[in-house]
Design a protein around this ligand. Structure first.
Ligand code: CP3
Length: 356
């Protein structure tokens, strides 16, 4: 008997097949923010331990990353961390406030502020490589081999926290810098591209099978501004990972107008948010890119049959794309009933295509 090595088993997983633009035997499924507050087992292990502290503990990272894989049997694990963790690791004074998000003590506004942020080296994040190694070992034995997705924040989204000092609706200070101080903007975006790129590279070299670059708030930019002031820096990150031979997913919220640009920044698959009709997104992206998405995360609060009917439509539509990875169109809402996600996973994984 020929023994199939772990890497062969992983390569033939529906998730990596879809990322490679092939037609897997069934549509793969995972959920953005699958590891986190909607799971009672997550709340239990996090009791009394801060978010950033959890993200710096290899044992906790490993446990929390595995929780949704054990519970749902999803087709990929996403590494438990946060887009601002690398900033914390290089010494930026920040916290993640429950119910709020990342808060920065001293927002970045000048060239001197940017230059004061150190570049990230693997020595800043020893617990990341350790956790990835633990995880790839464990995941190899789950459901015949479950791939691990590494991730980082894209420069625009991370910059928005650094410049605003916290979450924002209008990104007024971020855009003031982008339009009014191009040299500071360029230095800041290069700095973050280096940090996010290095953070992803650590995950990939330790064994992550794919990456997702989260540019959650890029939809705040017009296509022209995105192309000029954002895309080149995201492309730097994605190119660095592409050179390592690892497939890339690029995701943003409210990104309908940006989809082809986000693909051209250097991704195999473009994440589609829930507001954008999937068939329209596929047409926009053409034959060169796969798609990921895009069930409205609020549909888990609808009756199960309503949620599943919509999921079925998304699976059917996704068959027209170069490759389709089923996901929500943004992260799991914290009050989501895990049993609904279990039913959704089961439905996607056992879906029988309609006739004809
Ligand atoms: O997807 C996963 O399960 C992996 C883990 C993950 C987290 N954050 C853990 C987390 C991922 C991929 C992220 C990415 C992230 N972080 C993004 C991009 C994705 C997106 O949702 O658009 C953004 C914008 C952030 C910044 C951030 N961190 C926000 C907005 C929040 C939520 C604040 C809140 O409490 O409402 C966080 C905190 C955070 N990141 C939590 C988790 C599990 C909750 C913290 C907790 O449990 O105390």
């Amino acid at each position: 008997m020929v023994e199939i090595s772990t890497s062969d088993a992983l390569a033939s997983s529906p998730f990596l097949q879809a990322l490679a633009g092939r037609k897997p035997s069934r549509t793969p499924v995972w959920f953005m923010r699958q590891a986190g507050r909607s799971l009672p087992e997550y709340l239990k292990v996090r009791e009394g331990i801060g978010m950033l502290e959890s993200c710096q503990n290899a044992e906790l990272i490993t446990e929390i990353t595995l929780q949704p894989v054990r519970r749902y049997g999803v087709d990929a694990a996403i590494f438990f961390s946060d887009i601002v963790l690398p900033l914390k690791a290089v010494g930026v004074d920040l916290d993640i406030k429950p119910g709020v998000g990342p808060v920065i003590a001293n927002p970045v506004r000048t060239l001197a502020d940017v230059e004061a942020i150190p570049d990230l080296t693997p020595e800043h994040v020893p617990y990341i490589a350790e956790a990835v190694q633990n995880l790839t070992g464990e995941l190899a034995g789950i459901n015949g081999g479950t791939p691990l997705i590494g991730f980082a924040g894209a420069p625009f989204t991370v910059a928005s926290y650094l410049v605003e000092g916290g979450p924002s609706k209008e990104y007024a200070k971020t855009k003031a810098l982008m339009f009014g101080a191009p040299d500071v903007w360029d230095a800041l975006m290069r700095k973050i591209a280096g940090i996010s790129g290095a953070f992803l590279e650590v995950q990939v070299r330790a064994g992550a099978s794919a990456v997702q670059l989260f540019d959650s708030w890029a939809g705040a930019c017009t296509p022209a501004d995105y192309e000029r002031h954002v895309l080149p820096y995201s492309a730097e990150v994605l190119t660095r990972i592409g050179e390592l031979g690892v497939p890339r997913i690029h995701f943003g919220v409210n990104s309908a107008m940006l989809l082809p640009l986000m693909g051209s920044a250097g991704a195999e698959v473009v994440g589609v948010d829930w507001r954008t009709p999937l068939d329209w997104a596929i047409t926009q992206l053409g034959d060169d890119f796969g798609v990921q998405g895009n069930l409205d995360p609020a549909l888990v609060f609808a009756p199960t049959e309503v949620m599943l009917e919509q999921a079925g439509r998304i699976i059917e539509t996704g068959r027209r794309a170069k490759g389709h990875i089923f996901n929500l169109g943004h992260g799991v809402i914290p009050t989501t009933d895990p049993d609904q996600l279990a039913r959704l996973t089961e439905f996607v994984q056992s879906y029988e295509p309609a006739e004809g």
